[in-house]
Design a protein around this ligand. Structure first.
Ligand SMILES: Nc1nc2c(ncn2[C@@H]2O[C@H](COP(=O)(O)OP(=O)(O)O)[C@@H](O)[C@H]2O)c(=O)[nH]1
Ligand SMILES: [Mg+2]
Length: 366
């Protein structure tokens, strides 16, 4: 279902806008009226079963590339096409690999590239690193690596969006990370108004944890499991500084658009979506998750369970394939001092020395 919120000075104007934009089949899901300094206002949330034009757009190949051809945002035959492309890509890489003449690099560069290969960094990335380093013997590998792994550290100013949703597979650490992110915001600025939203309402375990921490930290706790409660939540939290939303994991055949439609996420105008993943997943699994959870919103990757991983090449490979910045890293099952905003030094120590942020300095972490 496509859900959108409209505002205007009165009901008549708002209804006209809904009719113009969504057509006569739109259903009014909620209506609120009031008055403030600017005069009277009216806000309505309208819903529409997925429009014929958008379905047509997706099946003609304009989908966002996320998924499995099940009709929820991807063209038919996408999986088959993707499998074939993956095979072609592997063949091409096998042909190109002999072109990576490591002995043509400066010794330090060669050692670094051999190390990254052992860490599981994808061959495409190794090839592009090689091309950058080749014939620049003084260039440190960290220079092209920094270009491949963009960073946008978690923090209030660095992430100005009003709403931040956490998505990712079940058990990846979304709920724990959300609490850590809220704690870090609160500890930096005690006066900040934060709301934690549980949108994973069908499972009880996250609810208890979120509620408990919200109470302890003077944070508002709300639940939103459908478009109407989601629209109401957005209205209630308009004056808050940050709204952190805990999303459920996706079913096997679902894509992010499935959950976005189910909750009416489209009504959140200022939304960032952070994908929570752990480097212990196999490379093929990470690639599959990346396709399944892709969104059009601004966002990042948050890497969790670093303490359980034995290699960290995935941090580089996924940054290269997704183009998403890394925003935060978590490295322990507890909730305190186990999350750190992503900085280049931290990432390189992790990658090249297997040093967790808490190893470098136990006071690290938010
Ligand atoms: N070792 C370790 N465990 C973690 C980390 N983050 C979360 N966990 C644990 O992973 C489990 C699942 O976390 P949870 O936040 O409920 O995941 P969700 O299903 O994605 O919301 C819990 O037992 C957490 O304590 C981490 O960074 N390291
Ligand atoms: Mg959870």
């Amino acid at each position: 279902m496509q859900v959108k919120t409209f505002t205007g000075p009165d009901a008549k104007t708002v209804l006209a806008r809904i009719k113009q934009e969504m057509g006569l089949e739109a259903v009014i899901l909620s209506k609120h009226e009031g008055a403030d300094d600017g005069g009277p206002w009216c806000e309505m949330t309208a819903g529409l079963e997925r429009s014929a034009t958008s379905v047509k757009k997706m099946s003609s190949g304009n989908g966002n590339g996320n998924g499995n051809g099940n009709g929820s945002g991807t063209p038919t035959g996408w999986n088959e096409w993707h499998r074939e492309w993956s095979e072609i890509r592997e063949h091409l890489l096998a042909l190109m690999k002999p072109g990576i003449q490591l002995d043509e690099l400066a010794p330090r560069q060669r050692v670094a590239l051999e190390y990254l290969e052992r860490e599981g960094v994808d061959n495409v990335v190794l090839l592009s690193l090689f091309r950058r380093l080749h014939k620049s013997p003084n260039l440190s590998v960290l220079v092209p690596l920094s270009e491949i792994v963009p960073l946008q550290p978690w923090g209030e100013e660095e992430w100005p969006q009003h709403c931040h949703a956490l998505t990712g597979p079940f058990g990846a650490g979304k709920t724990s990370t959300l609490i850590r992110m809220a704690i870090s915001l609160r500890s930096r600025r005690p006066d900040i108004r934060i709301c934690i939203v549980n949108a994973d309402c069908e499972r009880g375990n996250g609810r208890l944890l979120l509620k408990h921490y919200a109470e302890l930290s003077d944070i508002t706790y709300l639940e939103a499991g459908d478009p109407v409660s989601f629209a109401n939540m957005l209205r209630e939290t308009r004056d808050y500084d940050k709204v952190l939303i805990d999303l459920p994991g996706l079913g096997r055949n679902d894509t992010f658009s499935t959950i976005a439609d189910k909750l009416g996420l489209g009504t959140a105008r200022d939304l960032a979506v952070h994908l929570v993943l752990t480097p212990s997943y196999a490379p093929a699994q990470l690639t599959a998750f990346m396709r399944q959870y892709v969104t059009d919103c601004p966002g990042s990757i948050i890497w969790t369970k670093l303490d359980e991983a034995c290699t960290f090449g995935a941090l580089v490979s996924l940054a290269a394939s997704s183009g998403l910045p890394v925003s935060a890293l978590s490295f322990g099952p507890g909730l305190k001092n186990t999350l750190i905003a992503a900085r280049d030094v931290t990432i390189w120590r992790l990658l090249f020395k297997h040093q967790l942020p808490c190893d470098a300095d136990p006071r690290n972490g938010m």
